[in-house]
Design a protein around this ligand. Structure first.
Ligand code: 5AD
Length: 338
């Protein structure tokens, strides 16, 4: 049965739910082997690094799971200056990383033009791709940033179950989130989406729905990361996602989506010591090291015990070669054929 599913070219929702239920050792290894094969076929052995700058932790949203939620008044807020952002971009560029990710909470103090100026400066000074991860903004702002040189936009759908979406995000609509992803796509951004695995009340059907939504949106990157509770949030007492489960979800996502980029996320590395290595052998081909400088870094506390490495490049170089893979020298643009 499992071999039949793994050999199908197109798997459907019930196949995905079936795979998600697999718990027997031999069957699990078949899933991981297949994911590794698919990853090798579509991504090769290169691992793309994306350097993250978390430049503001102000957030207008109140997501129940996230430590940056606006109701978390115990979190000290910060906003990096343009100069600090550019200096960090330079550190990333000098580490030979070819993608810079500008990430923040939904911070409306920064205007569309402020962000566009930062994008222009980075693009004028460094030969890198830029990914934005700034939450939901206006169509006109997305357009301005694309014109300024932004290449990609990361906006996770978080859950494809519309009822759960409105619970986690206090009445917001999944439909609006999807609409924003479509706007971004229509503007020529490479889009990244994905979910959080292990949120309260989420079931296997929901996770199958997350994978299929990414497929339907034809995403360029799919980021599936484990839920980790965050203090001072309504979900502080919830259990973290099981590490073997998130690895299985990643492997199945790779098998279904094939030619997408997929990160071994910081959340996975925070959940489990060898998370990055395990992620790379469960279908991932991207790592997103954090370059946010002190004293800001520790304040971007989305969840508890977020992994923070000082000599990250030395570590990643050793880690990636220990898996028999190598760091890409390319920007790691979309894997979709045009
Ligand atoms: N556990 C795991 N991931 C989380 N995020 C926010 N809070 C948590 C949490 N408690 C993720 C969301 C968001 C990204 C920046 O961080 O998916 O899109």
């Amino acid at each position: 049965m499992i071999k039949d599913i793994l050999n199908k070219h197109e798997v459907n929702r019930s196949d995905i739910v079936y795979l998600l239920q697999v718990n027997e050792e031999n069957e699990l290894s078949l899933i991981f082997q297949k994911a590794d094969k698919v990853r090798e076929k579509y991504c090769g052995n290169e691992v793309h690094l994306r350097g993250i700058i978390e430049f503001s932790n102000y957030c207008a949203q109140d997501c129940l799971y996230c430590g940056l939620r606006k109701s978390n008044i115990s979190l000290e807020r910060y906003r990096m200056t343009k100069n600090e952002i550019l200096q960090t971009a330079e550190r990333i560029f000098k580490s030979e990383i070819k993608t810079i990710v500008l990430q923040s909470g939904e911070d409306f103090f920064l205007t569309g033009k402020d962000i566009a100026d930062i994008i222009c400066e980075i693009k004028n000074n460094f030969d890198v791709a830029i990914t934005l991860s700034l939450g939901e903004r206006d169509y006109e702002e997305y357009k301005l940033w694309r014109k300024a040189g932004a290449d990609r936009y990361l906006l996770k759908h978080e859950t494809a179950n519309s009822k759960l979406y409105s619970v986690y995000h206090l009445g917001q609509k999944l439909q609006d989130r999807v609409q924003h992803l479509l706007y971004l796509k229509s503007l020529g951004y490479q889009i990244g989406s994905g979910n959080i695995v292990g949120l309260p009340a989420q079931n296997l059907e929901d996770i199958a729905g997350d994978i299929l939504l990414c497929k339907c949106l034809d995403v360029d990157m799919a980021s599936f990361s484990p839920f980790i509770p965050s203090p001072n949030t309504p979900y502080r007492k919830q259990k973290p996602c099981d590490v073997n489960f998130i690895l299985k979800v990643m492997a199945i996502t790779r098998i279904v989506l094939k030619n997408v980029h997929m990160p071994a996320t910081t959340a996975l590395a925070s959940l489990y010591q060898e998370g990055r290595e395990k992620g790379l052998s469960a279908g991932a081909n991207v790592i997103m090291p954090n370059f946010t400088p002190a004293p800001y870094k520790e304040k971007f506390s989305i969840y508890i015990n977020k992994k923070s490495d000082d000599d990250i490049m030395t570590q990643l170089t050793a880690l990636i070669s220990s898996t028999g893979r190598f760091i890409s020298k390319e920007k790691g643009q979309t894997l979709k054929m045009h």
